[in-house]
Design a protein around this ligand. Structure first.
Ligand SMILES: Nc1ncnc2c1ncn2[C@@H]1O[C@H](COP(=O)(O)OP(=O)(O)OP(=O)(O)O)[C@@H](O)[C@H]1O
Ligand SMILES: [Mg+2]
Length: 385
């Protein structure tokens, strides 16, 4: 892990009255930018050539002479030929000169690599740098490890394909679309072998897919991504906030389930299995009796993170859950940073975030509000790593 002194030295050189919120232009960048400009910051998006136009053109900001925003949310664009250029010291110096406080999203880690993020990125990261690795499923201290330590519920692990005796999800990397999933389900060892052979033949998964696979109980029930925020700065109210709840549109699964059962079965016979590629999000609320349980999950997670990953969760985090027929939550994934579905409440907020803050409160805005408060209270070093 990069020396904390190095990060604090970079921060020391900043003119925080002119701080910019920076991020990799992908994933949740629009929400981060929208929230930042709403809280009075300028934004800087690191764009990769060829996938830049959303940020560099269509959501580019225009301000009047006094700096008032007339249009858009992206003030400055730093164009690179690939995102991993962010690890070059010269680019980092140039961002530091512009007082960039960097918000880590999943794309940042996926495209730059967790080792580089931990060792080579010398700008202040708003959030917990050391927790980002817990997302690398299969690592020794991954999020399952934290869930176990925290006593949090997660889908039961299936150790061996021969042990499959009920509906099980097999989580495998996609062979070709390397950042995507080659997930499949099976409810018996025979089905497991049949389906995996099919997917290998289709080139969706690798021959030796089992080496990095996670097999676990399939929870039959709706999926809720709980977009929480933990504020180390809060002194009067609760430090944990539920800002929103989102759920995903996944392709081809969503198309699959909109077909009559007979057609689903014949697709499966033809070897057309649903994939779980995220392509959009929607907003949701929970029945009120579940909210209490949701907060309990967040409390336990934050406490375990504080203990095992000091300083713990700083800012947004997302518990990805399924709820079974007896209204039990199961956490199947954890994002220790801004979630991928927060664009769903960008600019308009979410019933929970808005109810709490009495204004439109998205995750992006809450993040920026924390930065603003930290600057005002001269406590920025408490929210960066
Ligand atoms: N145990 C489970 N029971 C039922 N559905 C599950 C389970 N685990 C995952 N899923 C489904 O698979 C989808 C993706 O799961 P998961 O988040 O674990 O994958 P991922 O590789 O982390 O993907 P991403 O990075 O996009 O979050 C979920 O949105 C959910 O629909
Ligand atoms: Mg996930």
């Amino acid at each position: 892990m990069i020396d904390r002194e190095k990060v604090l030295a970079a921060l020391e050189g900043y003119d925080l009255s002119d701080a910019r919120i920076g991020m990799v232009a992908s994933h949740s960048a629009l929400d981060t930018c929208d929230g930042a400009v709403s809280e009075g910051f300028r934004t800087l998006a690191v764009c990769q050539q060829g996938r830049d136009r959303t940020f560099a053109n269509y959501f580019r900001s225009q301000r009047d002479a006094s700096g008032r925003l007339l249009r858009g949310v992206v003030d400055e664009v730093e164009m690179v030929d690939r995102f991993s250029r962010l690890m070059e010291p010269s680019l980092q110096s140039s961002l530091a000169e512009r007082n960039v406080l960097f918000v880590p999203n999943r794309s940042f880690v996926s495209y730059c690599g967790i080792d580089a993020v931990e060792e080579d990125f010398a700008l202040p990261i708003v959030g917990s740098r050391n927790m980002l690795r817990s997302e690398e499923r299969g690592d020794e201290r991954d999020y399952y490890w934290i869930l176990e330590k925290a006593g949090l519920p997660y889908p039961k692990k299936v150790e061996d394909p021969e042990d499959i005796d009920s509906l099980t999800i097999i989580k495998v990397h996609h062979k070709v679309k390397t950042l995507e999933r080659g997930f499949f389900t099976a409810s018996s060892p025979e089905q497991f072998h049949l389906k995996s052979k099919e997917l290998i033949a289709q080139g969706v998964i690798d021959e030796d897919f089992l080496e990095d696979a996670r097999m676990e109980q399939y929870i039959i029930g709706p999926v809720f991504n709980l977009d929480f925020f933990h504020s180390p700065l809060e002194e009067k109210g609760e430090r944990i906030e539920l800002l929103g709840v989102d759920w995903r549109f996944e392709s081809s699964l969503d198309g699959y389930v909109r077909l009559p059962a007979g057609q689903q079965a014949s697709l499966e016979e033809d070897g057309v299995l649903p994939e779980y590629t995220v392509c959009g999000h929607n907003s949701a609320t929970l029945r009120e009796s579940l909210l209490e349980k949701a907060f309990e999950l967040a409390e336990l997670y934050v406490k375990a993170a504080e203990k095992h990953y000091a300083p713990g969760v700083l800012g947004p985090f997302c518990l990805q859950t399924c709820v079974d027929k007896d209204l039990n939550f199961y956490i199947y994934d954890v994002a220790p940073r801004i979630g991928g579905g927060t664009n769903v409440h960008m600019a308009v907020g979410h019933p929970y975030g808005n109810a709490l803050w009495r204004t439109e409160m998205s995750t992006g805005r809450r993040l920026a509000m924390e930065v603003r408060r930290a600057i005002e209270q001269e406590r920025v070093e408490e929210i960066v790593t």
